[in-house]
Design a protein around this ligand. Structure first.
Ligand SMILES: Cc1ncc(C[n+]2csc(CCOP(=O)(O)OP(=O)(O)O)c2C)c(N)n1
Ligand SMILES: [Mg+2]
Length: 891
């Protein structure tokens, strides 16, 4: 074989490549893209049949997905839009700078919005539809970009200078602005909270899915509304951000658009200094089945790419790692020429007509309105799958020396006079040098062409965005008859509170008024909770219906999927289910539909696992019922440490608008749910409910006369002492499945120890605790007035004897009300890690069965000198308790 010099080989390669490319161009010109695609497919097959192993890649080259030739012209007035954008930029930055001048440490972010301004402004001027239109979009704004959204609302005349002045000073006179999107704090403005990174994109996915659900079930007219989620590239590190992206592709949610602002930086530094976040994201989203649109290069690059016949530039673009790209962003044009272009004389040649300054100013795709417009246009027109727009930007764009592209930029909250002046000049803001130090806000007059333009645009697009308001009418109360069967008890038949809750749910689903509004949500656990009858009764929601014959078709309760199915069977994702809960629980505002979600799940995987989403539900003013199933540390037998929940009631206490109950009996559940629907959907309170329900079966008693009020307040006397005048007295508190143990203890105390006890059902320590503090606070602030008496104090003030509480949750629950009781409370609870064991063994281990209630009561009586210590010792022995057993709290 003839020896070929390496140089010749390279040239041959180049010639060969060019020939292939020219052939391809010919096919493209004569046959069009589909023919090219077919040929490439054939080639791939042929190559692999011939033993060629093609490396897998889910990536396309490091260039814009939409080529310059395929671009549409941008409507509107680009110059005016640029001017408006500059004003938004200025006011957003001024807001943060001023907040940090007035009060040290108040914080705020300039750089996030600076990088995303074009991404938002193109949306505001051309795409985001307000709720006044039938197609109102739902937009999840990146939390740290909030200053930009406020700045725009200021130009729109929706916020005034006082608001901006009080950014991050929500308690200041005149009204302030919350740091981030919080519907709880700004209920007329923000729709959804996003600042806990990762939750926005996740909630957006389920919001898009829930919109489809409403449409498919006929609860809302079909529309073209979109759900937009804006997120940071660093944010995609959060498992929640990308963890559910297969769902919208599977469900073909073309009403969902993600926009990832790839400024290549997170808080501390580069997102993927040694890699390329854009390519990584592209591969993930393409792999998941999304329509991916990369917007990497601004219009100035089009001409350069057109010259790139041999693909040298594209290759060079694709081989630079992000840390290096960030370096180019902060360096001079000469540096970029030498280091980026200088690797190949042919590349250098391409840019020889550009000055260093021009070279430095070549814009990126995410800063070019035409590129962004085309990406969004393609996204909203795309059918059959969700779209992600991956836009490349520079963090702190426009800040120059104050932080553009620098690692510190995320934290930059201040700008000195020089930096402000430079920023002003760059964006042409009419603020004089003398005023610059004050960083004044600037809004053109109402009849200025800028303000008129932006208002016209918003009007054409269906009103201001974001705007939150309640768009539904209050419901009528659910008819009392529905709940009455539960007040009567089960006449000795055993049932669990889970069975009762599911029966209430099933009856609600049949109700002619609220039935269709009920949204059962379950993460692959319906059978665990005995809900499988609902599969058939109302069907499992699936947009496409059921494309297969279910294996259990011949059974009564077969697995029925239907496009108008009502159950959201989410699969094994509590986070996804909770996001559905948020979508359904806020539909009264977002969609004008009063859907009532019931999300039932393994209680341990609720607050403990997805507490941040539950917090977001509270912030979002979501309504509905969370049902923590298989709850109770000792009630759930067998499952062990990871499953047995003795914590969730404690966690729930910290969620301000979560009303939590640990009910024991059927009628308690019925009373709570009936009242919950009334408070949330009739009275329109911004609260949601948490009920723990158990799988232990026991007979459900008849509701005692007049118990309803106490059930709701958190405490009522379930069974009075049979000998109220007895010398030895006690008050026993029990909750949930531990209440029957307490009732048993009452009997043993009476029979064997002559102690006569009242038994109280504590349905909610949380409610008692809140009421106690409410009264105390009022008393503190009104010292001259008759003190208010906490409900629990009022109930117990005359009650004689020692006080003992037992619950299946941590001891902190009963302890939380101790201060409002007439005497100290002896507490039994389940602090510690669970165990795989029988219920009986668990209750012995955690010291919460009737025997411990007896011993605790006797011990308290002994401490008061009412009985001899030896009686307690004898009881310990007689009841088979080992006083030297290990302490479950630390075992
Ligand atoms: C769950 C969570 N963890 C941490 C933070 C703190 N945090 C706020 S912004 C930020 C960096 C954001 O980077 P990126 O997502 O790339 O957004 P950018 O500002 O660059 O647009 C971090 C870590 C947070 N808000 N939420
Ligand atoms: Mg970033």
């Amino acid at each position: 074989m003839r020896h070929i010099a390496p140089k010749d080989a390279a040239e041959l390669d180049a010639v060969e490549t060019r020939e292939w490319l020219e052939s391809l161009d010919y096919v493209l010109q004569t046959g069009g893209p589909s023919k090219v695609a077919r040929l490439l497919r054939e080639l791939t097959i042929h190559a692999s049949e011939s033993g060629v192993m093609l490396p897998f890649t889910a990536n396309t080259p490091y260039i814009n997905t939409i080529g310059a030739d395929d671009q549409a012209l941008m409507p509107g007035n680009p110059d005016l839009e640029r001017r408006i954008k500059s004003l938004v930029r200025w006011n957003a930055a001024a807001m943060v700078v001023r907040a940090n001048k007035a009060a040290e440490g108040i914080g705020g972010h300039i750089s996030t919005f600076a990088s995303a301004a074009t991404l938002y402004e193109v949306g505001f001027n051309h795409f985001f539809r307000g709720h006044d239109s039938d197609d109102g979009d739902v937009i999840f704004f990146q939390g740290h970009a909030a200053p930009g959204v406020y700045a725009r609302a200021y130009l729109e005349g929706r916020l005034d200078e006082t608001h901006l002045e009080n950014f991050r000073r929500e308690l200041n006179a005149g009204g302030g602005l919350s740091s981030y999107p919080h519907p709880w704090l700004m209920p007329d403005f923000w729709e959804y909270p996003t600042v806990s990174m990762g939750l926005g994109p996740l909630m957006a996915i389920y919001q898009a899915r829930f919109t489809r659900y409403l449409e498919d079930r006929g609860l809302k007219a079909k529309s073209n509304a979109k759900v937009w989620a804006f997120l940071g590239d660093g944010e995609t590190d959060e498992p929640e951000a990308l963890g559910a992206i297969t769902l919208p592709a599977r469900e073909k949610l073309d009403n969902l658009i993600f926009v990832v602002n790839c400024n290549l930086q997170r808080l501390d530094g580069p997102v993927r200094g040694n890699g390329q976040i854009i390519q990584e994201l592209e591969a993930s989203f393409r792999g998941a089945g999304w329509n991916v649109i990369k917007v990497l290069w601004g219009r100035e690059w089009d001409a350069l790419l057109a010259k790139d016949r041999d693909g040298l530039l594209v290759k060079r673009m694709g081989e630079i790692v992000d840390g290096q790209y960030q370096k180019y962003a902060v360096e001079s044009g000469a540096y970029v020429r030498e280091h980026f272009w200088g690797v190949d004389p042919r590349l250098l040649d391409m840019v020889k007509h550009l000055s260093d300054d021009q070279l430095r100013k070549l814009t990126l795709g995410g800063h070019d309105p035409i590129k962004v417009y085309n990406a969004y246009k393609a996204a909203v027109e795309h059918k059959g799958s969700p779209t992600v727009v991956i836009a490349r930007t520079i963090k702190g764009y426009g800040l120059g020396e104050a932080g553009e592209g620098k690692n510190i930029t995320h934290q930059q909250k201040k700008m000195n006079d020089d930096e402000l002046r430079a920023f002003r000049t760059r964006f042409g803001i009419p603020v004089s040098d003398t005023d610059i130090a004050k960083a004044p806000f600037y809004r053109p007059a109402d009849d200025s062409i800028e303000v008129r333009y932006l208002k016209e645009r918003r009007q054409a697009l269906g009103g201001f965005v974001p705007t939150r308001k309640t768009r539904s009418e209050p419901l009528k109360p659910v008819a009392r008859e529905l709940f009455e069967e539960f007040h009567k008890g089960t006449e000795g038949r055993k049932a669990s509170t889970t069975m009762v809750a599911v029966r209430v749910l099933s009856k609600l689903l049949r109700d002619k008024d609220v039935g269709r509004l009920v949204v059962p949500i379950v993460p692959d656990e319906a059978r665990t909770f005995g809900m499988e009858a609902l599969f058939r009764q109302v069907g499992i929601y699936s947009h496409v219906g059921q494309l297969y014959e279910p294996v259990d078709m011949d059974m009564l309760l077969y697995y029925k999927e239907a496009s108008d199915g009502q159950i959201l069977e989410e699969g094994i994702t509590e986070a996804g289910s909770m996001s559905s809960f948020i979508a359904a629980g806020t539909a009264y505002a977002t969609h004008g539909v009063n859907t009532i979600p019931f999300f039932i799940y393994y209680s341990m995987f609720g607050f403990q696992r997805i507490g941040d989403l539950i917090w977001a539900a509270g912030d979002s003013r979501a309504r509905g019922f969370l049902l923590g199933g298989t709850a109770g540390r000792t009630t759930l037998a067998g499952e062990g440490l990871q499953h047995q929940d003795g914590n969730s009631q404690l966690f729930a206490l910290a969620y301000p608008n979560c009303v939590a109950y640990d009910p024991a009996f059927a009628y308690e559940i019925a009373v709570i749910i009936e009242d919950g629907i009334r408070r949330m959907y009739v009275e329109q309170e911004s609260i949601f409910y948490y009920l723990t329900v158990m799988n232990e079966q026991y007979a459900m008693p008849v509701m005692p006369e007049g118990a309803a009020d106490g059930i709701l307040k958190g405490l009522y006397r379930f069974r009075a002492a049979s000998k109220p005048g007895a010398p030895l007295r006690a008050q026993l508190f029990g909750s949930g499945a531990i209440l029957p143990e307490v009732v048993k203890a009452q009997e043993v105390l009476e029979t064997n120890y002559d102690v006569s006890a009242d038994v109280w059902s504590v349905t909610s320590y949380t409610e008692l605790y809140r009421d106690g503090h409410r009264c105390e606070r009022w008393n503190m602030l009104h010292p001259a007035e008759t003190p208010r008496v906490p409900y629990v104090t009022g109930c117990l003030k005359e009650a004689p004897g020692v006080l003992v509480a037992a619950s299946d949750y941590v001891k902190a629950m009963p302890d939380s009300i101790d201060r409002w009781l007439p005497r100290p409370l002896t507490t039994l609870g389940t602090d510690g890690f669970g165990r795989s064991e029988t219920r009986e063994a668990l209750r012995n281990f955690f010291e919460v069965d009737y025997r411990y209630v007896v011993v605790a009561t006797l011990g308290a009586l002994a401490r008061e000198g009412k009985i001899a210590v030896s009686v307690v010792q004898q009881a310990i022995a007689a009841l088979g308790i080992d006083p030297e057993k290990i302490n479950p709290a630390i075992a």
